[in-house]
Design a protein around this ligand. Structure first.
Ligand SMILES: [Zn+2]
Length: 160
């Protein structure tokens, strides 16, 4: 597995994510981002944002609606792209993954984008290696494998 170090995202898509988070507030927003990989997988290029329903309807947690997820993933596949990112907001928190975020991160190849809204809008990307998933994959203890790595986000007028 290649861990992405960088995400390129168009200004328009970036704004759509922030807008969705503001609209969903005080609840957490969530959604998926499609795109493709370049630079041997080190860079992901986002090309479409798919807002989804937060099944939790909560200010402190999110769960992407399975119905939305199936529909979105099928659409990505039909378009010839893949899941490169998952975003959600922290309406009253910073842009740092919570323990739950780490434990529920099941897509290690996706960039987890978190929109902190506590002191203005702060968007940060992470590669999150889920401890339980890592445990299954590598048969190692969970505490050693939980990792959160910053991903640089580059907002461009035209990412291609
Ligand atoms: Zn979170």
């Amino acid at each position: 597995m290649i861990v992405p170090k960088r995400m390129l995202i168009a200004k328009e898509d970036y704004r759509e994510i922030v807008r969705d988070c503001i609209d969903a507030s005080p609840y957490e927003a969530c959604g998926l981002i499609s795109g493709y990989r370049v630079d041997s997988g080190l860079t992901v290029v986002a090309n479409r944002v798919y807002p989804a329903r937060n099944l939790d309807g909560s200010a402190t947690s999110y769960r992407v609606s399975p119905e939305d997820q199936i529909r979105i993933m099928l659409d990505m596949e039909n378009e010839g792209f893949e899941l490169v990112g998952i975003y959600h907001s922290h309406p009253d928190g910073r842009a740092y993954p919570s323990l739950t975020d780490v434990e529920q991160a099941f897509y290690p190849e996706a960039v987890y984008l978190i929109v902190g809204m506590k002191d203005g809008i702060e968007v940060r990307g992470y590669h999150i290696e889920n401890p339980r998933l890592a445990e299954v994959l590598r048969n190692k203890t969970r505490s050693r494998l939980r990792s959160v790595v910053d991903v640089e986000i580059l907002v461009k007028d035209d990412p291609a």
